[in-house]
Structures are given as C-alpha cells and as structure tokens.
Write a new protein. Structure first.
Ligand code: SDX
Length: 427
C-alpha cells in the first residue's frame, strides 16, 4: 500500500518535494518536515505553533472540534466522576488505573513524601510577605533541585518514578507554605493521617496546632463535599497535551537540566493570565463587573479591537467547542451550589456573560467558549481558597502532567534539544 505523503512545489524554481505523513492513533496525522530546510533552504513559519506538532505523545488526547479530552484513552468525564485524583496520577504515570493495593501503596508513599526538608522551609522567610505565592512556588521548586541532586537513571523506572512521586507529594505542601508565609502565619506541616486533598485544605485553613476555626458549635471540620470538589478540580487540571507550560517543561528537559527546574519553569509559564493565571483573573473580572446590569458594557469592550480587555476564562487554542472540563465544572457548580454555598451573585454574572457571549457573533464566529478557568474560581472561593492561590491549585493538579510529559520526553528516541529557527527581518 502506498505510503501516505504530501508533495510541495516550489514555484520559484519548479522543484517538487515529497514529505511523509505519519499516522496518529487518534486525531490529525502529521507531515514530517524535518528535512524541509535541508531540501529547500526554507524554514516552516508558525509563530505560536498553531499548526505544529512538537512531539509524539501517548499521554493525553484532545479533540478541539468535539470538545473531547482523554488521559491515557479514558474520557475526562469518567475520571472526574468515578476516580480520585490519585488514581488519575497513577494512570498518567503508569498508563493504567491502579488496583486497590497499588492505590493504597501510592497514597501511603505520597503521604510520607509530603514533608519538606527543614532547610527548604527557611527559604520562604526570604520572600516579602506580599509575594505572590506563584513566585515563591516557582523559586521553592527550583531550590528543591539542590536537595535532590543524585544522578537519575532513566533506565530505572523505580528511580524516575520516585523522582516523580516526590514532586507530586511535595507540591501541595510547598504551595500551602507559600500561602501561609504570604499571610505571615505559621506553616502547618502535612498530617500523615489525611488524604492528599484533605491534607492540602488543612494546611491552607487550619490554625497553628492543626485545629480548624472554632465556632459556637466547636471546631469547623473540612467536609467530604469540599474534599470531593477540590479533588475533582485537581483531576481536571492533571494534564492537557502540549500547552504552553508543558512545552516549556519539555524544552527545559531537552537541555538536560534537572527535572525539578523544568517543573519550576512550567510554574513560571503557567502564571501568565493568558494561561493558568486566567483563573485568578476570572474572579477579579466578575467582581469588577459587579452586577448583571454591567455585563453588556464589558462584552462590548471584549469585542473592541482597540481595547485590550479580554473576557478572561473565554477562548482556547484547541477547543473550538466547549472545554469538556468546563462542562464538568459547570455541572459540579450546579450540584454543589447549595451544599457549598456558592456565591450566587458571581454565578449570575458568569451565567449572564456566558448567555450573551454564546449568542453573540463575535464570540461564536471565533469559536470562543468558556474554558476551564471560567468556572474554577467560584468553587475555589466557596472552599475559602483566596484568589492568589487559584493558580497554585492549577500547579498542584498539573504537576503530575508536567512530570509525566518530562519522563516521556526523556524516553523518546526522537527527542532532541529544542532549537527553533527564525525569519530574520533585521538589518
Ligand atoms: C488555559 O493550551 C492549553 O491547553 C491551556 C489550558 C491547559 O489546560 O493547559 O487549557 C489552560 O490556559 C486555558 C486558557 C486560559 N486563558 C484565558 O482564559 C485568557 C483569555 N483567553 C485568551 O487570551 C485566548 O483565548 C487564548 C490565549 C486562550 C487563546 O489564544 P489564541 O488561540 O492564540 O487565540 P487568539 O488570541 O488568536 O484569538 C483569536 C481571536 C482574536 O480576535 P481577532 O484577532 O481574530 O479579531 O479571538 C479573540 C482574539 O482577539 N479572542 C478573544 C478572547 N480570546 C480570543 N476576544 C475576547 N476575549 C477573549 N477571551
């Protein structure tokens, strides 16, 4: 059977060039342009990589037209509804869901690894107390590389999985410490008796000594519904193919730098409001809009090409239909509205924005739909998580995706140092 290929004709000299098409198991096939420059003296030009596949990957599949997202082939809706975040972490790292024993061992290992070296704790004191937790988080994860400098044998799965488990386990602690330092209050150490997600909520909300808020009816408790809501949010953020921050992680992996500085670079990239930082901006934007009556004026600004105001939480490079994660969150919001006491005013403003935008030609013609960031903030606010911790929450969920992508890159025989070229337009 004839191999698939495409042929280009250079109309400057009539030459033709044929390039192989490499098949994908799902989604678009790719044309292998690796010899284009050698053959034609031309670079492919694709700022922002709108039509470029940077690698082959078997981790996450997205179909932007259908609004489909799968981790290792399993639909995100199934994982969000039927599995825990820890099961999803195991799935991403091991290409299959864990059995009961494996899940218990994985859970116990992460609990033991959640603690930080005392030397790392003193790093937080170096930061001004109004430092944004994302700055502290990125710096602390970079510093973590100096505590674990041993050589990593990529042929030894136990070794690189230990490296992966360690960063997954410590990220919530580092994020919680960064937050508590920003408040000038003592950090709460992880509690080995608590699950991954309940432990994080405790480290964020507990008073020194680990006790929760004391009210007229005794100490507040962290409710199962809150743990389930946050666990679902972590699962929805776990991985997302070759997004901007994952591309940064892979690029840092390609130079041979320490895996934890690759993760720290991913954190830095995620902070931008065009990417993970959008979740914090969405709530700020809803609060700025303030009432349903003001929505029209802001929609008008979002459509104005001369106004750089954008509707945060709307639009996506890949999803030209609903972001399936946004759908899961919207359902979760409706389910938990009463139980979590979600802010109905912000929900009404969000619903109004969505209603107008989804019927307005400007948004419809550009396929701008709500993305994951449009919905997370209202639930996180109800979990008493402050806005400046929304993107660190994204980091906690995404760490497993970044480290899984790092491992896949390191084991891919096709991997090379990332070194794109340019179209020179200078003197
Ligand atoms: C995440 O990639 C990932 O997978 C990321 C992520 C993940 O899980 O890792 O899904 C997480 O980052 C979600 C996205 C969060 N960001 C935001 O919500 C910020 C607001 N959205 C935009 O800035 C924008 O939509 C992007 C950055 C998300 C996508 O940008 P693209 O694909 O480069 O699209 P574009 O900027 O070329 O926009 C196309 C058109 C433009 O209008 P025209 O020039 O054609 O007239 O749509 C317009 C844009 O002006 N547009 C918007 C808009 N987003 C795009 N107009 C108003 N409001 C918006 N939010």
């Amino acid at each position: 059977m004839q191999k698939k290929s495409i042929t280009l004709t250079d109309n400057r000299n009539g030459n033709t060039y044929t390039y192989p098409v490499l098949e994908a198991t799902r989604g678009p096939d790719v044309v292998d342009f690796r010899t284009l420059f050698k053959d034609t003296g031309l670079f492919a030009y694709d700022p922002g990589y709108t039509s470029t596949a940077s690698c082959s990957s078997a981790i996450t599949f997205i179909d932007g037209a259908k609004g489909e997202l799968r981790y290792r082939g399993i639909p995100i809706e199934t994982l969000a509804k039927e599995h825990s975040y820890l099961e999803t972490c195991f799935l991403l790292l091991n290409e299959r869901l864990p059995n009961a024993d494996e899940l218990q061992n994985f859970d116990l290992e992460l609990r033991h690894r959640a603690f930080l070296h005392e030397g790392l704790r003193s790093l937080f004191a170096a930061f001004p107390d109004n430092a944004h937790p994302m700055a502290t988080l990125s710096a602390a994860v970079t510093a973590l590389a100096s505590f674990y400098q041993e050589h990593l044998d990529m042929n030894n799965k136990a070794e690189y999985h230990e490296m992966a488990h360690r960063i997954i386990a410590k990220m919530p602690t580092i994020a919680a410490f960064a937050y508590r330092h920003s408040l000038g209050i003592p950090c709460i150490q992880p509690d080995i008796d608590l699950s991954f997600t309940e432990n994080f909520l405790t480290m964020i909300r507990a008073y020194p000594g680990g006790k929760m808020h004391l009210g007229p009816h005794g100490h507040e408790t962290i409710r199962e519904v809150e743990v389930r809501a946050l666990d679902t949010i972590f699962t929805l953020h776990a991985d997302h193919e070759q997004n901007a921050s994952t591309t940064v992680v892979r690029n840092v992996a390609s130079t041979g730098a320490h895996p934890y500085v690759a993760i720290a670079s991913g954190i830095a990239a995620l902070w931008g409001r065009a990417h993970g930082g959008a979740n914090e901006s969405v709530i700020a934007q809803l609060e700025m809009i303030g009432s349903v009556e003001n929505v029209d004026a802001f929609i008008k600004r979002a459509k104005d090409p001369d106004d750089d105001f954008r509707l945060m939480g709307f639009g996506h490079r890949v999803y030209k239909n609903f972001d399936p994660r946004a759908q899961v969150l919207k359902t979760l919001q409706d389910e938990l509205k009463e139980e979590l006491g979600l802010n109905s005013r912000l929900m009404e403003i969000a619903a109004k924005i969505e209603e107008i935008a989804l019927n307005d030609d400007y948004f419809v013609s550009r396929h701008l739909y709500p993305n994951i960031d449009f919905y997370t903030g209202i639930i996180l606010t109800a979990l008493k998580i402050p806005k400046n911790m929304f993107t660190p929450i994204f980091v906690i969920g995404r760490t497993v995706g970044w480290i899984t992508q790092w491992i896949e890159f390191k084991k891919d025989p096709e991997s090379k140092i990332a070194r794109p070229r340019q179209r020179y337009i200078g003197d």
